[in-house]
Design a binder for this molecule. Structure first.
Ligand code: GLN
Ligand code: ZN
Length: 755
């Protein structure tokens, strides 16, 4: 076996965040979109951000630095642009940057590409559309420019591109299997490698995260063939294929059997070491060991990482230390956090701290652990303090959970509940309702900002929110909606709002992470056992109910969604954390009921999101997630109606779980999937109330009465009238007040017409 002649490196990360430590790129991009600044300004901001980032990584001691993971919007879109595969409908836009943004966001005349979740992360990528007319061609200028820019700064640059298998599998291909188009792409990848080598790249990273999902044997053979072909020529750089978010399984041996020079693997997955041991072909390669978790915020267990690295030394020609994934998924730096609990702070590592961990481990690998003795001691002390912290183990919650019997997740049969609830609620057939939020008006945003700056006090803020609630209740009464909501004006975010009120969660000040494009989120950190200090929503909902005789629906976020949109503790199974959150939500539903609220909605839009990438891991997830939801919603009496809301996804794979939630009424995104979801639900034996969204709230367009009537008639073909609810397909917070009013008026009219 020949060992790769390319000089290996020792310390790196797989990719970099790009929004900027203070979201500079977000602001510059948005002001470009608004016409306030020109493209040169945007490019200059981007260039400065990259230069500052490179300088930091160099100073931190990385000896190979990813280049080209920078993006103005998204890396899948960049790959589509790289291979000339932007959709035909933006081709008329001559300016390349504007064409790119039009594909990302659409404009008055152009629909954007669809967006969906990047594996099981909270990042959304744009889904390239490949039609029979898509003719691939290579456009490497942007990447070559970034490479030249980095080399000029003295950066040991390693250009990164998404690999052909991942790109094609994640794109939407019209006609034919996605991988059928490999033959067209491979020559372009080869040409790209040649150009990058000629421009001075000694290593190139090709990302193939798709290898950690279930692939067929035939697909794995394609992987082998692709990387055999890509590494055939001599005028290429060293090729590192990166996998992340899990184990590549059988694809690892296939990949290792080719002439690729390096493979990056995710060692936060405990099973990966065993997989590697069986692959002898790794002996000739650089193994880039992702021992520092790139997608969670916990400080690394350096001892465990060192032991993994030690084992790996025997399996590969050389070993480099790395993050397990791109640092895109974690905040920039802990240094920006001034208000974090001091103990918690010592348990954490954000982007900059992870880079330091990589460097430390690499030093230990070359110079022995004595070289990092001090840091090792510090990390061990932090781990001890974390393990001993009383907040991580609340005897009361644990005892409560341990004492739960099967009845804690069971309600009376659905038919019995239906009768009780019908008697109590006396709703018309085809009842109308909304999903929870009403437009977040400028007044709401101003009040929130004023409170934050201390310009108004809590009482004044509450008064303003109450005014908003009164407004929304009056609007719904005037529109003739049957089940009202309070409109959620007081919620900055549907997860953060609850995390702030629960013990066991911490919020960051600057812990922004890109969600998509210029949208960033600040996920809370679930670090300890979860308990509810006091009722969280009861005052708001009962105030709303006091203003009307119609029933007001309480509004909560479910345990699975709260977990999905937080950084979650890694010292216990997610199932245990979910059960604790569920208990807190359960207590809230019971308090709402005691306060006279007759319906409570527990939103689980992220149910599909946490679904494990491998089919073998999915049943266990579905079991604990359904259990958590039922735990949260089974504390109320059978006469209290439980609603849930699901959106953002194809539900096919979780359809049985939706039935398992046993919610009395499920509102579900369907406007864009044209009610197909109802047939799927029927096939799964679902026989509860359902509100398939009758119009799409993601667009400002006001749907006509006829259109909604048609949607309702279509729904009635699949669902009997007694079970059908009438609602939009998601919350209304991003819409304007005028659109909402007009759309809901038409929705109510359509419901009347069909009744
Ligand atoms: N109740 C939430 C709202 O209406 C649900 C949001 C969501 O589905 N993401 O805003
Ligand atoms: Zn929704």
């Amino acid at each position: 076996m020949t060992v790769s002649p390319h000089t290996p490196f020792t310390a790196t990360v797989l990719g970099l965040p790009r929004v900027g430590p203070n979201r500079e790129l977000k602001r510059a991009t948005e002001s470009y979109w608004a016409g306030r600044d020109d493209a040169d300004h945007l490019r200059a901001v981007a260039r400065d951000l990259r230069a500052a980032q490179y300088a930091q990584l160099l100073a931190a001691g990385l000896d190979s630095i990813p280049v080209g993971t920078f993006s103005y919007y998204d890396q899948m879109l960049d790959t589509a642009a790289l291979f000339g595969a932007l959709p035909e409908r933006v081709a008329h836009i001559t300016d390349p940057l504007d064409r790119y943004f039009a594909a990302a966001r659409g404009d008055d005349s152009v629909e954007p590409l669809e967006m969906t979740k990047w594996f099981d992360t909270n990042y959304h990528y744009l889904v390239p559309e490949l039609g029979p007319d898509t003719a691939f061609s290579l456009h490497p200028e942007t990447l070559l420019e970034q490479l030249a820019e980095a080399l000029a700064l003295g950066v040991p640059a390693r250009p990164v591109v998404i690999g052909p298998v991942t790109f094609l599998k994640l794109a939407k291909s019209e006609g034919g299997a996605p991988l059928d188009r490999l033959a067209e792409l491979i020559p372009l990848y080869r040409e790209l490698l040649r150009r990058l080598a000629a421009a001075g790249a000694s290593w190139v990273q090709i990302d193939e995260p798709i290898l950690v999902t279930d692939l067929t044997d035939a697909e794995i053979e394609r992987v082998r063939a692709v990387y055999t072909e890509l590494t055939e020529s001599d005028d290429r750089p060293a090729v590192l294929v990166a996998t992340y978010f899990g184990r590549p399984g059988a694809a690892l041996a296939a990949l290792a059997s080719t002439a690729v020079d390096g493979i990056a693997l995710d060692f936060t997955d405990a099973g990966e070491l065993a997989e590697v041991a069986g692959v002898t072909a790794l002996a000739s390669k650089l193994l880039v060991a992702g021992v520092v978790d790139g997608r969670n915020v916990w400080r690394a267990d350096l001892d465990r990482a060192l032991s993994t690295l030690g084992t790996l030394l025997g399996s590969a020609a050389s070993v480099a230390v790395s993050s397990s994934a791109s640092l895109l998924h974690v905040p920039y730096t802990l240094a920006a956090e001034t208000a974090l609990d001091p103990a918690l702070r010592t348990w954490l590592a954000f982007g900059a701290e992870k880079v330091a961990e990589v460097r430390l481990l690499a030093t230990a690998l070359t110079s022995g652990t004595e070289a990092i003795a001090e840091e090792l001691a510090e990390a061990r002390a932090a781990a001890r303090s974390r393990a001993a912290d009383p907040r991580l183990s609340d005897g009361q919650v644990r005892a409560r959970l341990a004492a739960l019997g099967p009845d804690a997740t069971r309600r009376a049969p659905a038919d019995e509940r239906r009768v009780l609830q019908a008697e109590r609620l006396r709703l018309p057939v085809l009842p109308t309702t909304t999903i929870g939020s009403y437009p977040q008006t400028p007044a709401i945003r101003l009040a929130r900002a004023a409170l934050r700056k201390g310009e108004i006090d809590e009482a004044a803020y509450n008064a303003r929110m109450r005014a908003e609630i009164a407004d929304v209740i009056a609007l719904q009464e005037q529109l003739g909606i049957d089940v009202l909501v309070h409109g959620e004006p007081e919620r900055n975010d549907m997860v953060q709002y609850f995390a702030e009120q629960l013990d066991g969660f911490a919020a960051t000040e600057e812990g922004w992470v890109q969600s998509y494009g210029t949208r960033c989120v600040r996920p809370p950190i679930l670090f300890g056992d979860v308990t509810r200090r006091a009722p969280m929503t009861v005052d708001w909902i009962t105030y709303a109910q006091s203003l009307t005789d119609k029933p007001v629906k309480g509004m909560l976020t479910g345990p699975v969604t709260i977990l999905a949109w937080s950084f979650v503790r890694d010292d216990q199974p997610q199932a245990d954390s979910a059960a604790q959150v569920a208990l807190a939500i359960r207590d809230e539903t019971v308090d709402l009921q005691s306060a006279g609220i007759r319906l409570v909605q527990v939103d689980e839009p992220a149910l599909r999101e946490l679904l494990p990438l491998r089919a073998a891991d999915q049943p266990a997830y579905l079991e604990w997630s359904v259990h958590a939801f039922r735990l949260a919603t089974s504390g109320v009496s059978d006469a209290t109606q439980i609603h849930t809301h699901l959106c953002y996804s194809e539900f096919g794979e979780v359809i049985d779980a939706i039935a398992g939630l046993d919610a009395d009424v499920t509102s579900i995104e369907a406007a864009r999937s044209h009610m197909e979801v109802l047939d799927d639900l029927n096939a799964a034996g679902f026989a509860l109330g359902v509100g398939p969204g009758v119009y799409d709230i993601h667009s400002p367009r006001v749907p006509g009465v006829e259109e909604i009537t048609a949607a309702l008639r279509a729904a009635l073909k699949a669902v009997p009238a007694e079970r059908l609810w009438v609602n939009p397909d998601c919350g209304l917070k991003t819409r304007g007040r005028a659109e909402v009013e007009a759309s809901l008026r038409n929705m109510v009219a359509a419901a009347h017409a069909v009744r």
